[in-house]
Design a protein around this ligand. Sequence first.
Ligand code: 5GP
Ligand code: MN
Length: 347
Amino acid sequence: MLYYCIFARMNSANIAATKELLSEPQKIVIIPHKNPDGDAIGSTLALWHYFMNSGQEAVIVSPNDFPKFLKWMPGNEQIINFESKNQQAKAALEAATLIFTLDFNHFGRTGQLAPILENSEAKFIMIDHHQEPSDYAIVTYSDVSMSSTCEMIFNFISYIDTTDKITPEMANCIYTGIMTDTGSFKFRSTTSQTHAIVAQLIDKGADNMAIHSHIYDTNSPSRLHLLGCALNNMVILNEYHTAYITLSQAELDKYNYQKGDTEGFVNYGLTLDGIRFAVIFIENKEEGIIKISFRSVGDFSVNAFARTHFNGGGHDNAAGGRSDISLSETTEKFVSLLPSYQQQLNT
Ligand code: 5GP
Ligand code: MN
């Protein structure tokens, strides 16, 4: 079968350096960002399977737990959660000679792992598609045009080896990350190349129908009721083409919030005609913060907005951030910022 082969390249020096490192036995640790999503878990698992099949020693250490809707993924039970298996995670990190950081590009995104990574003697390889990578890796494969880190893992394996090594387990993991990070193949970052890779993944054994159903058809009644509450709370500011949602800790508790339950809620704002900027503010009393998700359509950069005002970042059309003031103070601050963006939001 013929497929497109125009990969966004990892440069040849990086490919050679990676191959040389992997020609020796390494103690590899693979790390996703905190609160890992489908792309973070999909990419770390795919790479882990690849190393296990290549005779390298590898483990995945996650900064914290991941949502139940990802807990069917092949190999997920091997992931060492730094919070619940702290000693095992620390021992793996101490022994590491080579650390892959996937789907993030500065140590701050790993929460409690950050100080350990900063002091590690291991060599780092970064594979990531977020903007403004920091400079900690000896190999930085960073491409902000990529739909997902999973798409980059497919390319990475093609550069350092051959995609013939992609097993059905790996194909399922990679497909999941591409699907979740592209909003099921509809975001702007979805290219013909993304679809060409997805086609190959299906041929390699990705069960696309089963994956969709695992991720999207596992609602609990309480999650749907929480969604009802979120939609009810939505504030629509037509003059700024903006819609925002709040969820207080009391509301989360009332609807028995489980990790991952609010995934995707922010996108509902963008389904309104004329709305270009959608935000969700979620109170987390335990951490004493408001976690914020920003989404946009078109040229308004939520990465810049999140970086400038809410200690965050991400991509042009999807970013996250946080605030240390109360929920109501946070939304007041947010609304007070909008007039200075009115022109950008109007075009
Ligand atoms: P989400 O809103 O789904 O948590 O994240 C949207 C995008 O922004 C993801 O690519 C995520 O990795 C990134 N992101 C989320 N929170 C933060 C943050 O606090 N800092 C940075 N730099 N990126 C974030
Ligand atoms: Mn991603």
